[in-house]
Design a binder for this molecule. Structure first.
Ligand code: UDX
Length: 449
């Protein structure tokens, strides 16, 4: 039985949640304060790059199960369940900026006209529900009943639609029977995965703990990767050898430039703050952050070893997005690499299958910074190629053509896309992370004194 659902915020989490809930049979009214976004979505044009989103957006708009509006009252009047999916970007001090959450909470408080269940889905620090509740209560007055619940999203960008429709689990955080049963009514008829029903604060903590563990796994393999370089062994083989133990699992053991995105870094710093705010020592998590931050430095040190002088060198950059199959650049290595190499006087030629335009808005082109529309255009006359994102498109490139276009066939691979032996056979000087030292075109004469 479909229910009326309101959603505030049509970013990555909000738009996928809106389309997904409509797809499983609910009637969704999604609100965004940006009229251009509302107009594009109402026309069936996705505002984010997510495989499978276009088809579901079109189908559910046509079926009348989904509509977009800038007017909050359109959601409030049509729905008993209201999801908060607005952005919670990190502030300069790393803490989440919750001003959009507060703004929507105030709007809901002012318009409350009967019981509502307000559900936080955005990635928020623990105890955010308390402040949402307080903000609404101050404005709505004691006569209006409402509850605040937590229903964290576990959507991976690039597979968010699939992750929504086929979740590993659904986590429901509610502190009243009424809130709990409403959320169970929303999900139980349409999903056959395990549902973890718990308190609001526990649900908030589950989200942060899950992402902090994933971040820890990535920093762990990156720490091992550095040891592998010193020992001259391949970290990918070590990862395979440990990942076959089901207690460890093979996922999230790819060594490289570490984790970016809008969730892992934010949830990790949120968990650190919650823990330290409660007197719990989480030095281990601070190490996870430190290891991650050092990955780009390690890669650029290899580039300098390969080129000696960066000034006036033509460097091709593959990959702007923080991971493949998305146009999201939040927390991406390119955000640090581009200004550092540009500042060192290099001439950059940047390519990404989906995210170039977003970086271009941040770092406008100039005589030493060019954004190009193909991988081959990027490597033309390049002294070196640096790989920052593991797009499948890069893995399947014609290496012979890449090498013939470059001035010097030097590849510094931050995502271990290629095999050292394969690159040596193709005539490249190949640097990567965790696989011994560089692979030279011919073994250099080692003078033993
Ligand atoms: C993550 C969580 O996976 C998801 O459950 C949560 O809801 C949101 O945050 P996302 O940030 O979209 O999803 O990307 P994810 O696929 O988790 O990758 C995160 C980062 O880790 C990327 O920068 C990726 O390049 C990096 N990564 C991932 C590695 O460096 N090594 C790996 O083995 C896997």
């Amino acid at each position: 039985m479909g229910m009326g659902v309101g959603i505030f915020g049509t970013g990555y989490a909000g738009l996928v949640t809106a389309v997904g809930l409509a797809e499983v049979g609910h009637t969704v009214t999604a609100i965004d304060k940006d009229p251009d976004i509302v107009a594009r979505l109402s026309d069936g044009t996705p505002t984010i790059h997510e495989p499978g989103l276009q088809e579901l957006l079109t189908a559910n708009l046509e079926a009348g199960k989904l509509r977009f509006s800038t007017r909050a009252e359109d959601a409030m009047s049509a729905s008993k369940i209201i999801f908060l999916c607005v952005g919670t970007p990190p502030r300069a001090d790393g803490q989440a900026d919750l001003s959009q959450v507060e703004e929507v909470s105030r709007t809901i408080g002012q318009q409350l006209d009967g019981y509502k269940l307000i559900v936080e889905k955005s990635t928020v620090p623990a105890r955010t529900a308390y402040w949402i509740d307080t903000t609404i209560r101050r404005l709505a007055g004691p006569e209006h009943e409402f509850d605040v619940a937590s229903n964290p999203e576990f959507l991976r960008e690039g597979s968010a639609v699939r992750d929504f429709l086929r979740p590993d689990r659904i986590v429901i955080g509610a502190d009243t029977d009424r809130a709990r049963s409403l959320l169970l009514d929303l999900y139980e008829p349409n999903f056959d995965c395990p549902i973890v029903s718990t308190s609001v604060t526990t649900a908030e903590l589950i989200k942060q703990t899950a992402n902090s563990f994933l971040a820890t796994k990535i920093s762990f393999i990156n720490m091992v990767s550095d040891l592998c370089e010193e020992l001259g062994v391949d970290v990918a083989t070590v990862a395979r050898g440990i990942g076959l133990d089901p207690r460890i699992g093979s996922h999230f053991l790819n060594a490289g430039l570490g984790f970016g995105g809008s969730c892992l870094p934010k949830d990790l710093s949120a968990l650190i703050r919650v823990a330290e705010g409660n007197g719990v020592d989480v030095g281990m998590l601070r190490e996870v952050e430190r290891i991650n931050t050092a990955r780009v430095d390690r890669l650029l040190a290899k580039l300098e070893r390969a080129l000696w002088v960066l000034r006036n060198k033509v460097i091709a950059l593959f990959g702007v997005a923080f991971k493949p199959d998305t146009d999201d650049i939040r927390g991406a290595p390119s955000l640090g690499v581009v200004p550092r190499l540009h500042g060192a006087g290099a001439c950059l030629r940047v390519y990404d299958p989906a995210a170039t335009r977003k970086l271009e808005r941040l770092y406008p082109p100039d005589d030493r910074l060019t954004y190009v529309d193909s991988a081959f255009e990027a490597v033309r006359d390049a002294h070196a190629l640096v790989i920052l994102t593991d797009w499948e498109e890069f893995r399947s490139l014609d290496l012979g053509r890449v090498g013939s276009l470059m001035r010097t066939p030097i590849v510094v691979d931050g995502r271990n896309l290629f095999e050292p032996a394969q690159m040596q056979a193709a005539g490249f000087e190949y640097y990567s992370l965790g696989r011994g030292e560089a692979t030279f075109r011919t073994e250099p004469k080692r003078v033993h004194v």
